[in-house]
Design a protein around this ligand. Structure first.
Ligand code: FES
Length: 340
């Protein structure tokens, strides 16, 4: 049986378990998700969707419904597509149109660690040991206890578990920051909704570059865990920058992947006071001397200034890339929220 991840236009994702020989549309409707559908016969094109990864039988259809060119570009018809492996599919409609309810669930705080003065590592356990599936790189919204507002944080763990980890930047005066640093207790219940987001790991089929700024490291750890589980052999390099050495977190974990994957990590800090870590910004590695492959896939996660600087450096240095995926931290009030 194949798992089908449906990613909707608004970033909501649902992961469905297909039955043998069942079309994607049949799976969706069996599970109450009304993706666009009309003829259900490969004739109208209403159910057109974009396949991001996975093997499948495209079924029968006419040119009016799906052209050869569209098929070459990765489009398929959900009413005809029969998965032959796990798939990620972008639905060309919002979750609301498809009547998808955003999943809400509870979790209790299991661990609160402070790897630096500016960062908290939050570990929670879901109620009733509910298993949470998502695409590595996605995030959830966590409600600030006692307030009718939430913040968005990327998963820092592999999918398919009841223990979720988040790396969160503490912002002076921020609502979630104040809660986590001053009030939160082990055993507190949190309300979460998700998974959400269009920043997620695609199939890695060529050399790939990850650029992480600050707590933007979290989604990459999730991705690396997934790649390790898949025994991926493509060369992957992570460029990871932070303000200070103390704010470079999870380095021990990252070094584990240098043995288990075809993986390298380069770190730097912007502070001039540090003695033992290379100084500067991750853009220092964007040049043809360092990046010698003909083409890359790129993933970026960090503050807007970092993302813009990387885009400019890529363009200036004429590094060739195909897939380009990014997530910027957008300030929300006094907090940093990770949204696309
Ligand atoms: S619903 Fe008409 S082609 Fe799929």
């Amino acid at each position: 049986m194949a798992n089908i991840a449906l990613n909707f236009e608004d970033g909501v994702t649902r992961i469905l378990e297909g039955l043998p020989y069942e079309t994607v549309a049949d799976t969706a409707y069996r599970l109450g998700i009304n993706i666009p559908l009309d003829c259900a016969d490969g004739a109208c094109g209403t159910c057109k969707c974009h396949v991001k990864s996975g093997q499948f039988d495209p079924g029968d259809f006419i040119e009016d419904a799906l052209t050869d060119e569209e098929f070459e570009q990765g489009y398929a018809l959900a009413c005809q597509t029969i998965p032959e492996s796990d798939m990620i599919i972008e639905v060309l409609a919002s979750s609301a149109v498809c009547k998808v309810e955003i999943e809400a669930f509870q979790a209790t705080i299991e661990k609160l660690e402070f790897p630096s003065q500016e960062i908290v590592k939050l570990t929670v356990k879901t109620a009733d040991s509910k298993i949470i599936d998502f695409l590595p790189g996605q995030y959830v919204n966590i409600e600030i206890p006692g307030m009718d507002t939430s913040r968005s944080y990327s998963f820092c763990n592999a999918p398919g578990t009841d223990e979720l980890v988040f790396i969160i930047r503490l912002v002076p005066g921020g609502l979630m920051s104040t809660y986590l640093s001053e009030k939160a207790q082990i055993g507190d219940t949190l309300e979460l909704t998700g998974p959400l987001g269009s920043f997620y790991l695609r199939e890695i089929t060529r050399p790939t570059l990850f650029f992480a700024g600050g707590t933007g490291i979290a989604p990459f750890i999730s991705m690396l865990q997934k790649l390790e589980a898949e025994n991926n052999t493509q060369p992957i390099t992570l460029f990871y920058g932070a303000t200070t050495e103390e704010n470079l977190v999870e380095l021990d974990q990252l070094h584990v992947y240098t043995s288990s994957l075809n993986f390298d990590v380069k770190v730097c800090v912007s502070s001039q006071d540090e003695a033992s870590v290379p100084k500067g910004y991750v853009t220092q590695w964007i040049n043809k001397e360092t990046l010698t492959e003909a083409q890359y896939d790129l993933y970026l996660c960090g503050p807007p200034a970092m993302v813009e600087a990387i885009k400019t450096s890529l363009s200036d240095s004429q590094i060739q890339y195909d897939g380009f995926h990014m997530e910027k931290f957008i300030p929300t009030g006094n907090e940093a929220a990770s949204t696309v």
